[in-house]
Design a protein around this ligand. Structure first.
Ligand code: NAP
Length: 300
C-alpha cells in the first residue's frame, strides 16, 4: 500500500502516523550516500533520524516530512546516545541503523602520522561499534532490528596508497560478519554494503585533502607517480555509479529479511570482488601485482 494511503488510514483510525511507520537512523547525512539514503528511506515512507556532525537549518533534509535532522559525531558517544534518544522520542521506536559515516585516509603508510590512523579507526570502525552498542537496546525493545554497515570494495580487496582505509574497512567486514552470527540469535540482521568508485560525493575531495597533508619521501616519488596513473585510469574505467544507486542498495539491504550478509553496490568493482572471492590466492595476487603494482618507467 502506498505510504501516504497507509498514513491517511492510520490518521482516520486515530493512530499516530509516526509510530506506525518504520524508523531508521543514518549517520553521515550531510553529503553523499548518507544524504541520498535519508531521502530514499523518506520517499519509501520511513521516518528518518538523519544525523550529521554539523546540522544546519539550510540543510535540504530539514524540510522533508518524517525526517528529523540531529547532531551525531561518531567520535562523540554522548552525541550518539542523544541522537537515538531524541529520534526514538519523536518517532516511537527504532527499526534500522545505517552506519554510513566514514572517510578515506589515503596516502603512504610510512608518511601517515599515528594520530591520523587512530582517527581513521575511530570513525570507520569504533564509531560503528559505538552506534551499534547504543542502538541495540532499542532493537531489543522492538524484538527485531537491522544494521547496515557501509563498507567498501576496499574492504574486499586492497590497493597501494590506501592501506589504512583498507585496514579500517577489512576490520569492519570481519566485525560485521562475526557480529551477524551473534545478533541473528537476537533477531537483529547485520548487512554489509560494498560500493566503490562513486564520485558524486565528498569522498574523493576529503581523501585528497588527507593525502596532501603528508609529505612523500623522495625515494617513493616514482612509485607514487606511477600508482596515481593507475588510479586515474581506474577512475575513468569505473565512471558512472551514483549516490542514489548506492542508497537503493542500502535500502534493499535494510529491508531484506533473508540472511544474506553482503551487497556489492556498484557494477564497476564487481570483477575485482569476483576475482578476490572466486580465484585462488596465488592467481589473485599474480593478477593484482601485474595489473595494479606501479611499474616506474625506465630512467625513473
Ligand atoms: P562523503 O560525501 O564524504 O560522506 C561522508 C559522510 O561521513 C559525511 O556526512 C561526513 O560528515 C561523515 N563523517 C565523517 N566523519 C564523521 C564523524 N566523525 N561523525 C559523523 N559523521 C562523519 O562520502 P561518501 O562517498 O558518501 O561516503 C559514505 C561512506 O561510503 C563512507 O563510509 C565511505 O567510506 C563509503 N564508501 C564510499 C565510496 C565512494 O566511492 N564514494 C566507496 C566505498 C565506500 P562531514 O560532512 O561532517 O565531514
Amino acid at each position: 500500500m502506498h505510504p501516504r494511503i497507509t498514513a491517511l488510514l492510520h490518521e482516520s483510525l486515530g493512530l499516530s502516523v509516526w509510530s506506525m511507520k518504520k524508523t531508521v537512523l543514518i549517520t553521515g547525512c550531510s553529503t553523499g550516500f548518507g544524504l541520498a539514503s535519508a531521502k530514499h528511506f523518506a520517499a519509501q515512507g520511513w521516518n528518518v533520524i538523519a544525523t550529521m556532525r554539523t546540522p544546519s537549518p539550510e540543510q535540504e533534509l530539514v524540510a522533508l516530512p518524517g525526517v528529523l535532522v540531529t547532531r551525531l559525531d561518531v567520535q562523540d558517544r554522548t552525541s550518539i546516545d542523544s541522537a537515538l534518544k531524541v529520534g526514538v522520542e519523536r518517532f516511537g521506536g527504532l527499526d534500522a541503523v545505517v552506519n554510513n559515516a566514514g572517510f578515506g585516509l589515503h596516502g603512504l603508510f610510512e608518511s601517515t602520522p599515528r594520530e591520523k590512523i587512530l582517527e581513521q579507526f575511530e570513525v570507520n570502525v569504533f564509531g560503528v561499534m559505538d552506534v551499534i552498542r547504543a542502538a541495540l537496546p532499542y532493537f531489543v525493545q522492538r524484538g527485531e532490528g537491522a544494521i547496515v554497515n557501509v563498507s567498501s570494495g576496499a574492504g574486499v580487496f586492497t590497493l597501494p596508497m590506501i592501506s589504512l582505509y583498507c585496514a579500517s574497512k577489512f576490520a569492519l567486514e570481519g566485525f560485521s560478519e562475526a557480529l551477524s552470527y551473534e545478533l541473528t540469535s537476537q533477531n537483529v540482521r547485520v548487512k554489509l554494503v560494498e560500493p566503490g568508485g562513486v564520485v558524486d560525493t565528498h569522498f574523493v575531495s576529503r581523501s585528497a585533502e588527507e593525502q596532501s597533508q603528508n609529505a612523500v619521501p623522495p625515494r617513493y616519488e616514482a612509485f607514487v607517480r606511477a600508482t596515481n596513473e593507475v588510479f586515474a585510469k581506474l577512475r575513468n574505467d569505473r565512471a558512472g555509479a551514483t549516490s542514489e544507486e548506492v542508497a537503493k542498495v542500502i535500502y534493499e539491504a535494510a529491508t531484506d529479511t533473508s540472511d544474506r550478509l553482503r551487497y556489492v553496490a556498484t557494477e564497476g568493482i564487481k570483477p575485482l570482488v569476483k576475482m578476490r572471492r572466486e580465484t585462488s590466492e596465488d592467481a589473485y595476487l599474480a593478477f593484482m601485482r601485474e595489473r595494479f603494482l606501479a611499474k616506474p618507467s625506465p630512467g625513473q
